[in-house]
Write a protein that binds this ligand. Structure first.
Ligand SMILES: C[S@@+](CC[C@H](N)C(=O)[O-])C[C@H]1O[C@@H](n2cnc3c(N)ncnc32)[C@H](O)[C@@H]1O
Length: 284
């Protein structure tokens, strides 16, 4: 028998039940993200990268480090980046963008002579705000306005960095219609790279900032005309969802639109909105 086969199998590095409880409680109170027990393996997988990055011995030592009042604070941001799920796409859930161009923008154009404000809350790596920017820019160009500004926020600092750079593998841009791609996406500068970049004028139209939807106040300035907050409420419990949507409504102009993800529901919540389309709501 080969020597290796005689070795006892390596003990798998696992999070203890006590540390899982501490982590789950901490993650939910900081980010709103629920961490039921069936997420344990996923959490272990993601935190192993932090174990390697910090150089601690194993997952449970990492937890001690994290919860240490003196050293843990700087690690929180990395923990949070590790636990967020950032799946996104250009033109994701395209019916929302049809509604934007066919209904919302014509209505705003007819009513508002001022600059309109759009917020992509939980913007991930930027596909959503750049999709919005392409459509707003294209509409404004064709119809001589309205002028617009987009605020894009997320809790995860890593995705915000990617979004600010606006560089993506070419295949990610595939859902962008050809005409908009030709106008708003630059071809790779180097022959060896297939990465493409959003044009500078569009990047300049989107302001990025870190914002935690769990915070008591959202310091976003003047009320918004449109808020996209899609595919993040699903990670929160019902009570947190209602609190977040209520705070979003507080930042929405009366008559403004709130767009949630297709699988998100506000049924049973007491909120100052009426539904105008599938998961699109108008502030009343
Ligand atoms: C699945 S992505 C959705 C991205 C985009 N809205 C879309 O629909 O394609 C969810 C995003 O929510 C962010 N997120 C999670 N919890 C958050 C919180 N408490 N505050 C702000 N953003 C949060 C994550 O970092 C992640 O980038």
């Amino acid at each position: 028998m080969p020597h290796a086969a005689l070795k006892a199998p390596q003990q798998e590095d696992c999070i203890s039940p006590r540390n899982f409880m501490r982590l789950a409680t901490f993650i939910q109170s900081e980010t709103g993200i629920k961490m039921p027990h069936n997420k344990l393996t996923m959490l272990e997988g993601r935190l192993r990268r932090r174990v390697r990055a910090t150089g601690v011995a194993d997952l449970n030592t990492y937890c001690e480090f994290l919860f240490d009042a003196k050293f843990g604070r700087d690690e929180n941001v990395h923990l949070i980046n590790a636990v967020t799920t950032n799946k996104t796409d250009f033109f994701r859930e395209p019916r929302h963008f049809d509604y934007l161009t066919q209904t919302i923008l014509p209505e705003l154009k007819a009513k508002a002579s001022r600059r309109i404000r759009v917020w992509s809350a939980a913007c991930s790596t930027g596909a959503e705000p750049y999709t919005l920017a392409m459509l707003l820019d294209d509409f404004a160009d064709k119809h001589h306005g309205p002028d617009y500004g987009i605020l894009a926020t997320d809790l995860d600092t890593q995705v915000l960095e990617i979004a600010r750079r606006g560089i993506y593998p070419a295949e990610l841009i595939q859902p962008v219609p050809e005409r908009l791609r030709a106008r708003y996406v630059m071809q790779p500068l180097e022959k060896t790279s297939s990465d493409v970049r959003i044009v500078p004028s569009l990047r300049a139209a989107v302001g990025y900032a870190r914002l935690n939807l769990m915070d008591d106040n959202y310091p976003v300035g003047e009320p918004m005309d449109i808020i996209f907050c899609r595919n993040v409420l699903i990670y929160f419990d019902k009570q947190t969802q209602e609190q977040v949507v209520s705070k979003l409504c507080g930042k929405l102009r009366v008559g403004g639109w709130l767009v949630l993800g297709h699988s998100e529901s506000i049924a049973g919540m007491t909120l100052p909105v009426e539904q105008v389309c599938n998961t699109v709501f108008k502030r009343i």
